[in-house]
Design a protein around this ligand. Structure first.
Ligand code: FES
Length: 588
């Protein structure tokens, strides 16, 4: 018999069959041998699920090696309930997961790899819409980047933050208090047994870091960009309302397929501008700068480091949450969550109110009546935690392509500073040298860490907030200016200049800073200057020799060859842009 793709073998038609031919019908609506293959091997599903109803992919970063995402199988089941209820067919699929706490040399090395995994998994499969399940830091941008390069209807669902840490009668925050305890131990003010005891007290439940680290910041970005439903950011992972949200995500993604509401309709220039301002208002992570630049690149939007500075400069930090403030994500949710922040920004004229979100409403329709139940946690506009809380973008001969600093996490007295460089050629050099009691450093020194950027580490590890010399910690010094081409954890704090472009490993000026050079920082003027003459700088650069790569061959070589610098998002050059989700040719 002649094979044809016109005739269906499934006479029973569901009321949920879409009025237009869906992408998945290219797999399932066929009486050819290919249609047989696509349906037969699915196993265990009744015939009517292949009747032309939307097929929803649930892209899951569940892994026991990514403890922040270890509950996502449960969340996926709730999403499926919503998808079934809305008359569609849910199919969960795994992608590589990225653990901030376990992966070496750094999970950032694999963000672009996972984005490829996501993009190719979506395009290669019979999917009409996608729910992205993420939580731990890099899982969020990796999934959004990959999905954005396909541009199907997509909702992002975060796994939610952990409950507050509790230790000796006090709340403690993921990362933030770890960095503090670690310095306390080095300074001799905390015992090792007490340090070990704090471990289980910090991470008490399922979920991601509950400080405004990168995971919470990216969860806020998901909501601010309009890619998630209202309250996506802050509902704790173990709160029953996270399950309700997951169920509603399952229902809504089916409607989005019927409405053909693709990611590109949500990810507008206005959405990114809203997100940048929200990041300032919540005291979000510097890592968000890189991730949003990379996501914008996937949808062909021109977003720059300068946008970050200009748009965030007049945004006050409203949220009193660690590391910039005192509270934690659980408190944020009970106080009203991100809608309360969006409402305040909207009232201040700092929000593009008409930006569309995945529930089909504008960001302002979603937030204009949002209550603030606790103005200590979510400060009103006339009593912010911090004035001008955005990201400062510094430039000068030390960072002609830019560098970033988070003023809300820095010490005010160091925002204008001049000091002698103490140079660490790489992270090993730092570790060998920092404990030396004879290290020529005082509280005015500027600690310079090289070769930790995208190509140098490789993968741009979160080592920029290097610990202070123990001899100074014992003198009571709590902060010093630090400069590197690395990133730092969003849970960290200090006067830390990050993402220096160009990085040392490709011959940026950072590579030729020497011990004793004077460095000048002036955050108000956005200036970062190495105080040597242009001739001296050129002479040093002409003698610079490229360091040997950490590994030859394999994925790491591909990464180093094709990764771009931090000022454009550290994406691979060949991944920038949207390639759509056209149906590939048959496999047999
Ligand atoms: Fe996973 Fe912080 S370690 S979110």
């Amino acid at each position: 018999m002649k094979e044809t793709s016109e005739r269906t073998v499934h006479p029973e038609k569901s009321a949920n069959r879409s009025s237009k031919k869906l992408r998945s019908s290219s797999w399932f609506d066929s009486s050819t041998k290919d249609g047989f293959i696509h349906r037969s091997w699915m196993r265990g599903y009744p015939e009517h699920v292949f009747d032309g109803r939307p097929v929803i992919g649930i892209c899951n970063t569940w892994s026991e090696l990514t403890p922040c995402n270890a509950h996502l199988r449960d969340i996926a089941e709730r999403v499926k309930n919503g998808v079934w209820e809305a008359g569609a067919f849910p199919l969960e699929f795994p992608v590589t997961s990225l653990s901030e706490t376990n992966m070496r040399p750094t999970s950032m090395l694999f963000r672009n790899l996972v984005s490829m995994d996501v993009e190719e998994s979506i395009r290669a499969n019979p999917l009409d819409g996608v729910v992205l399940l993420c939580g731990c830091d890099k899982t969020v941008p990796a999934l959004i980047m990959g999905a954005a390069s396909c541009d199907l209807p997509t909702i992002v669902l975060s796994g939610g933050p952990m409950l507050n840490g509790k230790f000796h009668g006090q709340d403690i925050g993921s990362g933030t208090d770890l960095w503090r305890f670690s310095e306390e131990v080095k300074a001799g003010r905390m015992s090792l047994p007490m340090f070990r005891e704090a471990e289980v007290c910090m991470s008490r439940s399922a979920g991601h870091c509950m400080t405004m680290g990168t995971a919470s910041s990216m969860a806020c970005m998901v909501e601010a960009l309009g890619l998630g439903l209202p309250q996506n950011a802050a509902i704790p992972a173990v709160d029953s309302r996270r399950f309700v949200l997951a169920h509603m995500v399952g229902r809504r993604i089916v409607e989005m397929v019927h409405e053909d509401m693709r990611m590109s309709k949500i990810l507008s220039r206005e959405a990114f501008e809203n997100a940048i301002r929200v990041n300032g208002a919540v005291g979000g992570s510097t890592n968000v700068v890189i991730h949003l630049l990379a996501i914008a690149g996937r949808v062909g939007l021109k977003l720059s480091l300068s946008d970050w500075d200009e748009l965030g400069r007049n945004v006050d930090t409203l949220l009193d949450l660690m590391p910039s403030g005192r509270f934690l994500m659980e408190d944020f949710y009970y106080a009203g969550g991100l809608p309360a922040i969006l409402r305040t920004l909207g009232e201040q004229g700092l929000l593009h109110r008409d930006a569309l979100t995945v529930n089909g409403k504008t960001v302002w329709e979603n937030s204009k009546d949002a209550p603030n139940w606790n103005s200590e946690v979510i400060r009103p506009s006339n009593n912010p935690l911090l004035r001008e809380g955005g990201i400062a973008v510094l430039r000068g001969n030390l960072a002609p392509g830019g560098a970033v600093l988070k003023p809300s996490a820095a010490s005010p007295h160091l925002l204008k500073h001049r000091g002698k460089a103490v140079v660490f050629e790489n992270i090993d050099h730092y570790q060998r040298r920092i404990d030396d009691p004879d290290l020529d450093a005082d509280q005015n020194s500027v600690l310079v860490l090289k070769n930790c950027g995208p190509c140098g580490y490789p993968g741009m590890a979160e080592v920029g907030n290097i610990g202070l010399p123990p001899k100074l910690l014992k003198q009571g010094v709590t902060d010093m200016v630090r400069i590197s081409d690395a990133r730092m954890s969003g849970t960290a704090y200090g006067t830390v200049i990050l993402h220096v472009v160009p990085e040392a490993a490709i011959g940026g000026a950072l590579a030729v800073v020497r011990d004793g050079d004077m460095i000048e920082l002036d955050v108000a003027k956005r200036k970062l200057h190495l105080d040597i003459s242009d001739q001296e700088l050129q002479a040093r650069l002409s003698q610079w020799q490229k360091p040997e790569p950490a590994m030859k061959g394999g994925y790491q070589s591909l990464y180093v060859e094709r990764v771009q610098q931090a000022d454009v998002g550290a994406d691979f050059d060949f991944l920038v842009g949207c390639r759509g989700a056209g149906v590939p040719q048959e496999s047999h």
